[in-house]
Design a protein. Structure first.
Length: 329
């Protein structure tokens, strides 16, 4: 839990050059929490042993993601502000994928003692900016010393009386639909990996994903039978639905489409835009299944069908090559 320090020390020009070891834990916590606005559902925020958050539904949806410098982000590719926004986006996307709305965040930050305090300021500003787009805040967390900068976020959400949309509800005959972008973050990663910083649209997609937050609750209300976000890639994450539901999933590449911008970038890099769309992660799009004949909610477009069998195919064929990201593989 982020606990209250002994002074209300805000950032100023005389301290921006300080490292966090010079500032100390409690003054740093004050620096990143003072003056921030919490959501109405936060009855007790940072400053005590634990926070208190209202749970109107009586159930709390919870999800945790960990982002490690050098694995999930690089400060020579992304600003601390962008890293902060991305850290929140990948977590809140999971809440949306359950059909819930976010209510609060718990943030754990581990970083080396020599980390500039200004970097933590910018990181915190990004965290708060993305959270407050949805009207929520950081209700607590922890800060510790570590050899590398690591951000751990626990996102909390409310189902508003709805049943959670899990990965295990897809049935043969359902249609598969997606809301959000596919392949853009992978294209941005490929561009950055080649030493370029443009096109801005694809590089920006890697730096700060744009999850369709409102589409998750809309899908739940619209009858979605299963749902997942594309953190690891479309085929990989649909594979989770196929396994959990005991079904097969077939993607129709004609319905899926490949954006012209990605085709242009792939041509310049000698890469395959279709591969980015099918396997690229970190766009945080939402993929859901709906009963045949059910009107798709706004922002969703059909890209395939659920069938008897197992696994995920593309145009009826097994996809050749890696299907997405998996740690330790």
């Amino acid at each position: 839990m982020l606990k209250e320090g002994r002074s209300q020390l805000g950032p100023d020009s005389s301290q921006d050059a300080q490292t966090i070891s010079q500032m100390g834990e409690f003054r740093l916590i004050d620096r990143v929490t003072a003056g921030r606005v919490q959501s109405p559902g936060t009855t007790l925020g940072p400053g005590d042993d634990a926070a208190v958050l209202a749970a109107p539904d009586g159930r709390v949806v919870a999800s945790t993601d960990v982002l490690v410098e050098g694995v999930h982000f690089r400060f020579d590719w992304s600003s601390p502000h962008q890293v902060g926004r991305k850290a929140v986006a990948v977590n809140l996307s999971d809440i949306s994928a359950m059909g819930a709305v976010p209510t609060g965040l718990l943030v754990g930050l581990a970083c080396p003692p020599e980390t500039p305090a200004e970097r933590v300021d910018e990181l915190a500003n990004g965290l708060w900016e993305e959270a407050q787009q949805l009207g929520i805040g950081i209700i607590g967390g922890d800060m510790v010393s570590s050899p590398s900068l690591t951000i751990s976020i626990t996102a909390l959400g409310d189902l508003q009386g709805r049943d959670p949309v899990t990965r295990s509800g897809a049935r043969p005959g359902d249609v598969v639909a997606v809301a959000g972008r596919l392949g853009w973050a992978a294209a941005g990663l490929a561009v950055l990996g080649r030493g370029f910083r443009s096109p801005v649209a694809v590089v920006g997609a890697h730096r700060v994903p744009e999850p369709p937050y409102e589409a998750g609750p809309r899908a739940a209300t619209g009858g979605a039978t299963s749902m997942v976000d594309t953190s690891d890639g479309l085929l990989a994450d649909l594979g989770h639905i196929a396994e959990a539901s005991g079904v097969g999933v077939d993607i129709n590449s004609a319905q899926l489409g490949v954006p012209q911008r990605l085709t242009e970038v792939a041509s310049a890099l000698g890469s395959d835009a279709r591969h980015w769309v099918l396997t690229g992660g970190e766009d945080q799009a939402l993929v859901a299944t709906f009963p045949q004949g059910t009107p798709l909610p706004a922002d969703f477009r059909q890209i395939g069908v659920v069938a008897e069998g197992s696994g995920v195919t593309v145009d009826g064929n097994t996809y050749q090559g890696p299907i997405g990201w998996e740690h330790w593989r």
